[in-house]
Design a protein around this ligand. Structure first.
Ligand SMILES: C[S@@+](CC[C@H](N)C(=O)[O-])C[C@H]1O[C@@H](n2cnc3c(N)ncnc32)[C@H](O)[C@@H]1O
Length: 240
């Protein structure tokens, strides 16, 4: 399900997430806290968006990156940023619907796969998680974030926590309402997709909002320190 938030409004989205509370002060610091030492790694970024994570990865000295998103607008933003940055690191950015996994990627070539805030757009996690395990080197890490299942249960229409549900909402991320559709699923469904596809969870976090938010928006800070919003999972490919 494509959302205009990531296509028609891709440029606005890129600008807003540089410094907004949910991405800049909650999601990114919480996910980055789970990453291994990045120096020299070959990294795959799934649902790369406008390349905000890529910029961080490059600063940390990665060896090579592959960035995938199904929005051509997002991939174009990544390409134009790469021209500006003039990095010597090899970066391959391309369009692919991750519902179909990673048909263009070879086995065992990445040290690290990241996927910040993308998997809730997939109906079935298994095709992608199967391929993530396949493209990781033995012992490689898969680190992703997604909506916290308990937070998403608040917008359940069925009242059945264990049933996967397609949710349609309007988000004000860019300062005007834009329709977004995603899947709400249980924590068991997420952990099953990990364990049934040859990976183990090595760390799990419910995120921590940065202290600066107390000054920026005290009410939001209070809310985010008391309520889960995202979940962060670090998995490892089981070595053969
Ligand atoms: C919330 S944004 C996160 C972007 C980036 N990971 C970040 O944290 O800045 C979600 C991204 O996932 C992409 N996406 C959603 N569904 C996808 C799919 N089926 N295949 C590939 N990318 C997808 C969207 O186009 C969007 O760029």
């Amino acid at each position: 399900m494509k959302s205009p938030l990531y296509s028609n409004f891709a440029n606005q989205y890129d600008k807003v997430i540089q410094s907004n509370i949910y991405n800049a002060y909650l999601e990114r610091p919480s996910l980055q806290a789970l990453l291994p030492k990045l120096d020299g790694l070959n990294v795959l970024d799934l649902g790369c968006g406008s390349g905000v994570y890529l910029q961080y990865l490059l600063k940390q000295g990665i060896n090579q990156a592959t960035c995938i998103d199904y929005s051509l607008d997002m991939v174009n933003i990544v390409q134009s940023k790469l021209e500006q940055w003039e990095t010597k690191v090899q970066v391959n950015a391309y369009v692919q619907d991750l519902n179909s996994g990673l048909p263009s990627e070879s086995d065992s070539c990445f040290d690290l796969v990241i996927s910040p805030l993308m998997i809730h757009y997939l109906e079935d996690l298994n095709p992608l998680f199967r391929d993530v395990e396949r493209v990781l080197k033995p012992g490689g890490y898969f680190v992703f974030s997604t909506h916290h299942p308990f937070a998403d249960f608040e917008c359940s229409m069925s009242g059945d926590y264990f049933a996967r549900e397609r949710i349609q909402e309007e988000w004000n991320t860019i300062g005007e309402p834009v329709e977004v559709t995603f899947y709400r699923r249980s924590l068991s469904e997420i952990t099953a997709a990990i364990s049934q596809n040859g990976m183990v969870i090595t760390e799990l976090s419910e995120g921590k909002v940065s202290a600066e938010v107390e000054q920026i928006d005290p009410e939001r800070f209070e809310h985010l320190t008391k309520n889960p919003n995202f979940i962060f999972i670090k998995c490892q490919k089981i070595s053969e």
